[in-house]
Write a protein that binds this ligand. Sequence first.
Ligand code: HEM
Length: 394
Amino acid sequence: MTTAAVRPAAWDRWENRVQTSAHPVAHRLLRAIAARGPVVRVPRVGVVVSDAALAREVLCDTTHFTKTGPGSPADLWTPVLGPSVLLNMEGPDHAALRRRLSGLFTPGYVAALCERVLAQPLAELTHRLRSGEEVDLVRVAQTCAGAAICEIVGLPVDPRRFATAHAEAAEVTGMVRLWRHSMTTRQVARAREVLGRLTASAVTAYRRGGEETLPGRLRALGLSEEEARGAVGAFLLTGTETLVSFVPRLIAICHDTGRLDGLGDGTADLDAVVEEALRITVPSPVMLRSVARSAEIGGVPVEPGDRVVVATLLCAQAYGPFAPELPHPPEVRRLWFGAGPHFCLGMPLAMAQIRAVLTAVLAAGPTDVTGRRTARRVLIPGYARLTVKLRSAS
Ligand code: HEM
């Protein structure tokens, strides 16, 4: 699966391959289900929602829909991380923890974090491209993720740690399967061991305190040691593979639609292109909820214990092909970061990291995608390899 040529709608074909390589059956099945209507009950899967407005209603209605009931993310993460890690909380406890965390990813902190963590790997990226080297952006994104993990768990940001840090976090997310409601006993034990190792340094940094590490900041924000450890675990699970998936796909889409050059010479709107690429890729392609009280979704009755599969990817892609010049209607706006009380806490950090990597690629000069391979049977769809090279060096 390699190509250097840009053909019409190449972005669409490649994105489709990214999805079908990751979930050969589930992706086609979801599309077939969505074709039957915006809300469809599917035996053993759940009630599948593929309409943006209805998805938003479900995500914002915590009286009827919860992340803690049967078939919800709590089934997956509580055995591994304990009961209070945002992802598996609802109600006043969740709101109180979110309030205390609202001062975490401030614009100033996020900018300083990116500078501290990404400056070295991204300077190296620009340098390698300028030297005419072919660079694998998946490796670069993994390195950046590893660097961010060191920061999140309060370890010194040391390039020798990046690869292992990323591999360990990826191992845990890799245990989850789209249709599985929970992990096996062996997986839980392994996930606890890996995350226990990763978050042990967070506990040390928390106990030391101080504003210079993220766990120290969590302590200053009033989180208990257990809450801080849980928050760090949640950041590792939600903020690692999503970015490793998205960054290479963003560059690939920009290349395939001829937007990379426009971004380089400043004629294309970088923020609009990034948002639109997020709409097309939706790195976190589904969100799960459990029905807490009888309700209706778009006229379809649901009962306590039913599982709701919000097919965010399908909700967002229903708004047509890649077109950064078109504004996003309110119902779909930033749905790829969720909606309601569980809206992505790390969005400011994610956006800053995305901009930083894109800017580092553009700083090298006009580049082309020279090769790629999609990742097979992974939870978060993406490329296994995506190489770019300076055009004059091609
Ligand atoms: C492109 C990158 C990212 C995407 C697409 C993304 C997407 C999402 C989505 C869809 C949710 C809501 C899930 C739901 O309601 O079921 C979420 C929640 C969350 N995200 Fe992100 N995320 C990204 C990056 C990050 C990063 C970098 C961090 C932090 C380091 C992060 C931290 C979180 C946390 C802690 C939650 C749980 C919030 C809660 O339950 O209250 N995310 N993310």
